[in-house]
Write a protein that binds this ligand. Structure first.
Ligand SMILES: Cc1ncc(COP(=O)(O)O)c(C=O)c1O
Length: 309
């Protein structure tokens, strides 16, 4: 791909990155009215593509965006975008907006949603050094919303709260920011989920704390059990967080990263712990496993067979 611009899929057509455009009247831009997914392909395997498509369609249901593609077709266009870009390792951004309407908020003025797919070479949110040494975090003063239609369970195009939280981290010289929920319980990081380890047991906040149902989080929950750990989804107080033995974050972009200092307090001895390291190693292994996703080559072959029938 060196020197060549990635191709962006917009509603059935491909455009070079520099000239890929949608209308300024798109309600995705005007109102954050849309949903999206961040997806990874590892070595020709699109990691848990089906789960991403499921989550996207759940968001589409709640926001009542009536996309014309089926789940199957949506998965196929993601694979097709990777194939067109000749990318085996990539970060993929799949976006569905309400589409072009008028300046009013009324969603009925936008009858046709827009589907956009960008594929980029992977640029992890935190690099190799962060994975080895860990990152720092502060606790945001902004609170995740109550669990209603605007909760972070919905991966909508409105990330302003996370952006404001990130500014607080930047201002404090920290890498990450922990968001609390409306009760003051720990929710998640601004763009990733949170786990803590205490006495060898893993803990992570529940949906009730306004988290995004992270695909990485779900896989890490299962993986921890496979590795023989006890795992609890439960309410976590900030006090418990600061007294954890280990803390780590999970997300498609960041994968798994140890968090070694929060609000100026070192987590245990301020170094990545053994459980986190074990889970990072095991996670790296599963990203290379064809059973953990959609194999691009196989999916392309299936599509070609279907077309020839
Ligand atoms: C707010 C938020 N929480 C958690 C996550 C992690 O989710 P996933 O593992 O599906 O990437 C993300 C990822 O984009 C996010 O934006």
């Amino acid at each position: 791909m060196a020197g060549k611009e990635p191709l962006v899929y917009i509603d059935g057509e491909y455009h070079p990155k520099g000239s890929a455009k949608i209308s300024v009247y798109d309600h995705g831009l005007l109102y954050g009215d849309g949903v999206f997914e961040g997806i990874r392909a590892y070595n020709g395997i699109v990691f848990h593509l089906r789960d991403h498509i499921e989550r996207l369609f759940e968001g589409l249901r709640v926001t009542r965006i009536n996309v014309s593609l089926s789940k199957e077709e949506m998965a196929n266009v993601v694979v097709d975008a990777l194939r067109k870009n000749n990318m085996m390792d990539a970060y993929i951004r799949l976006i569905v907006t309400r589409g072009r309407g008028n300046l009013g908020l009324d969603p009925r003025s936008s009858p046709k949603p827009s589907t956009i797919i960008m594929c980029e070479p992977v640029a992890p949110a935190h690099g190799k050094e962060a994975r080895e040494k860990g990152v720092t975090a502060i606790i945001s003063s902004y609170r995740r919303d109550m669990v209603d239609g605007t909760t972070h369970e919905l991966k909508s195009l409105n990330y302003i709260q996370s952006v404001l939280g990130k500014f607080q981290a930047i201002d404090a010289g920290a890498d990450e920011v922990v968001m609390l929920d409306h009760r003051g319980m720990v929710s998640e990081f601004h763009g990733s989920n949170l786990f803590l380890v205490k006495h060898g047991i893993l803990n992570t906040p529940t949906s009730a704390a306004g988290i995004l149902h992270g695909i990485t989080r779900a896989r890490v929950l299962k993986l921890s059990e496979e590795l023989g750990y006890e795992v609890h989804e439960r309410d976590i107080t900030p006090y418990e967080l600061l007294n954890a033995d280990e803390v780590f974050l999970t997300g498609t972009m960041a994968e798994i990263v140890p968090v070694v200092r929060i609000q100026g307090v070192p987590i245990a001895d301020g170094k990545p712990g053994p459980v986190t390291k074990e889970i990072i190693r095991a996670f790296q292994r599963i990203t290379q496993d064809p059973k953990e996703g959609t194999v691009i080559r196989e999916a392309v072959a299936v599509q070609a067979r279907a077309r020839s029938h």
